[in-house]
Ligand binder design. Structure first.
Ligand SMILES: NC(=O)c1ccc[n+]([C@@H]2O[C@H](COP(=O)([O-])OP(=O)(O)OC[C@H]3O[C@@H](n4cnc5c(N)ncnc54)[C@H](O)[C@@H]3O)[C@@H](O)[C@H]2O)c1
Length: 317
């Protein structure tokens, strides 16, 4: 069993990844500065003997290197980041510090501590707005935000470091991740957590445009499993892969599925389309299947049921 260092461990994806690693018998060194993460997300982990939590800023030069040198983990899963496109537009300098400079420091920590593998949380935002459907990794990358650009730069930084200094880097381009512990109070949260919160509160959801926009929604449990595989499976080659389902769900379908869990709630409010909204985003999952042996199992209806409680309601009537 391995020791894995997880940055952003108190966050949405980080805490699920930590829980899965611990349940699989691995030891976890969790790192977080609670910028957006919450200690409550780690309630189960904190009572598990194989877990240690370090409050530390990954963007502070030397901090992660010192911890990695002391702990000597087999792998680092780097999830800590400024996580929103909107915030990166409002504050590009902070985006650079937390999403580029911090990644460089992770690469250096891996080099200096002789870590064998780094798994990085990249994003479908590296593709920008493309007409390609589904999107394979060979699609031209054209990020449309400082956030997407930083994710792409980070992939290169890590892959270059790994090739130079002998560690394996796996970059995961996550599509739209959803599930328990996603912060529904954040204005930047994913649409599923916003819909779930509003339905539960008896408030109408707002659908911009005709609701025909589609997304590739992937359950956080599946993402945690992809992280576990990439960090622990022997003999992986370095590379980049989409972490997605390959299944498209429209916002209207999503609203209808939520409505089945909350019968009698108010109907959606329709608002004008937002400029810059991407119409369709669908990943091609073939490379992750071939290179990692990873397939996302959870259908949106089942993932939604887990989030909202109750039985799965079919997406299509
Ligand atoms: N949620 C999604 O749909 C999605 C999609 C694509 C990519 N990602 C990426 O996945 C990763 C995890 O995202 P999430 O949705 O779990 O967000 P999150 O905000 O819940 O988690 C990020 C965690 O990193 C911590 N953090 C931020 N800066 C830090 C720093 N300098 N030092 C230490 N800790 C720091 C935060 O406190 C938080 O706990 C991020 O890199 C994000 O860009 C997420």
């Amino acid at each position: 069993m391995a020791k894995i260092l997880v940055t952003g461990a108190a966050g949405f994806i980080g805490s699920h990844t930590t829980d899965l690693l611990l349940a699989s018998g691995h030891r976890v060194v969790g790192v977080d500065n609670f910028r957006t993460g919450r200690r409550e997300n780690l309630t189960a982990a904190l009572s598990t003997p194989g877990f240690a939590l370090h409050e530390l800023d990954v963007a502070l030069p030397g901090a992660l290197s010192a911890l990695a040198a002391a702990e000597r983990p087999a792998a680092i899963i780097h999830l800590a980041a400024l996580v929103s496109v909107q915030e990166s537009l409002a504050n590009p300098a902070e985006n650079f510090a937390l999403n580029v400079q911090a990644t460089h420091l992770v690469a250096e920590a891996a080099r200096l501590a002789g870590v064998g593998r780094v798994v990085f949380a990249s994003s479908s935002a590296v593709y920008g707005d493309t007409n390609v459907r589904p999107i394979p990794e060979t699609t031209e990358t054209r990020p449309l935000s400082p956030y997407g650009a930083a994710k792409l730069a980070s992939e290169s930084l890590l892959l270059g470091h790994g090739a130079s200094f002998g560690f394996t880097v796996r970059c995961h381009r996550y599509f739209n991740v959803y599930g328990p512990r996603q912060d529904p109070t954040s204005p930047y949260s994913g649409v599923i957590s916003i819909f779930a919160r509003r339905f539960a509160a008896g408030q109408p959801v707002t659908i911009h445009g005709d609701g025909g926009q589609t997304r590739d929604f992937i359950a956080v449990g599946d993402v945690a499993r992809a992280n576990l595989i990439a960090a622990t499976r022997p003999d992986l080659r370095p590379g980049v892969a989409n972490i997605c389902t390959g299944r498209a769900t429209s916002l209207l379908d999503l609203a209808q599925a939520c409505a089945r869990h909350f019968p009698g709630g108010p109907p959606p409010v329709h608002a004008p389309a937002r400029s810059g909204d991407i119409r369709h985003s669908l990943g091609d999952p073939a490379r992750a299947a071939a290179e990692l042996g990873f397939t996302a199992d959870t259908e949106v209806a089942a993932g939604l049921a887990e989030l909202l409680g109750g039985v799965p309601a079919a997406l299509v009537p």
